[in-house]
Design a binder for this molecule. Sequence first.
Ligand code: HAM
Length: 428
Amino acid sequence: MEFSHPKGTYDLIPFASDPKDRWRSSYLWHHVEKFIKDCCALYGVKEIRTPIFEKKELFCRSVGQDTDIVSKEMYEFQDRAGRDMVLRPEGTAAVSRAYVEEKLYISNPIQKLYYIGPMFRYERPQSGRYRQHIQFGAEFIGSNAAEVDVEAIDLLYTLYSNLGLKGLKVQINSVGDAKARSEFRQALKDYLAPFAQNLSADSQTRLEKNPLRILDSKDLNDQKILENAPALENYLSAECKEHFARVLFLLKQLNIPYIINPKLVRGLDYYHRTVFEITAGELGAQNSVAGGGRYDGLIKTLGGPDLPAVGFATGLERVIQTLIAQNAPIPNKPTTDLFLIGMGDIAKETCFLLMKELRTANISVEMDFSSKKIKDLFRMADQLGAKYTAVIGDNELLNKKIAIKDMASRTETTVPLDQVVHFFHKAQ
Ligand code: HAM
């Protein structure tokens, strides 16, 4: 019986040589994760890790019963005690749950938290869309200042810039408060009712339960019908308008380019006021590289204090695929400093001990323990990208000296066995 990975998932492997799979090379993920951790440290954002499964009810209450994520895309199961559980489809609800449960607000209501981990959505797999994807997300809980909305966007924008991503577009909108959304929802429903039969099948389904999502329909006929639809901005309260204006002002101050997209509503119910998405040309308009926004009521809904919050999440598959597509500066595959070849049992033992001595001195070394031919061993050294090789045989054992070959210049240096660490420290 042959096994393959579940549909919509993938393996990360040390080095994927096929260009279309290069994003699945784990060393590229380490590169991006290091940038994320450095950037979070710079912005004072601390790591939080929550379980990958949670009670189903958590997401029904926060993301919303009628959203695509909750109604169609969750991996649901009953545990052995019959509890309804899900593999988490997103991180905001889980982090908010942990914030409330751990009473993080007692020491300081303002908490800046980040996570990197898998999320699960039963979506139709396609390029850039997976059933298990990895998100880097950050949640800034406890402040309603427009500065914090911009701090979150700035962190993400700085991260992308540091990584070398180009052609980024921040699309931004305000979805106002609950009152504005409920009035607008009704107005939109009233406007769309006479066109109901002409809407796409998806939009017809959404008309009753989630009409706001019709706004970001990609169907051309839907878009035409929407041309004269009521505008959400006309329903915003003075406070929401003022907040949004300040966010835009601060983005300008930080030189973060943005486009106001009045149709941007996002597919999760918890949003309040600011919402945003970031796209990168190469992925196509449907595939945002990041999304986020303010969710002021959520902490209270989950039983915590009435505290505001704002955050974002970005799919790392899309980030890494875009870096590759844009020829951004990504590191070369990692190499080893030295590949040791021992000719005969005693030489192999000497190599083994030398390898340990060098590794203790922080020098990366590899050797092979099978009885491969010397030609194959050099091929192995090549595959590992060894910077140096050294062959130890009877002569080397007798003279206690080895010839270290620089694989790039093809030059050799003879070094006493007890000076090899010194040689590499000098070479580094
Ligand atoms: P989201 O827009 O659903 O927001 O997802 C955030 C990002 O995750 C997307 O922009 C995309 O890069 C990536 N993503 C989502 N679904 C998939 C998928 N099936 N395959 C690959 N990548 C995917 C949220 O999840 C919110 N929790 C973001 C947030 C945090 N809002 C406030 N705080």
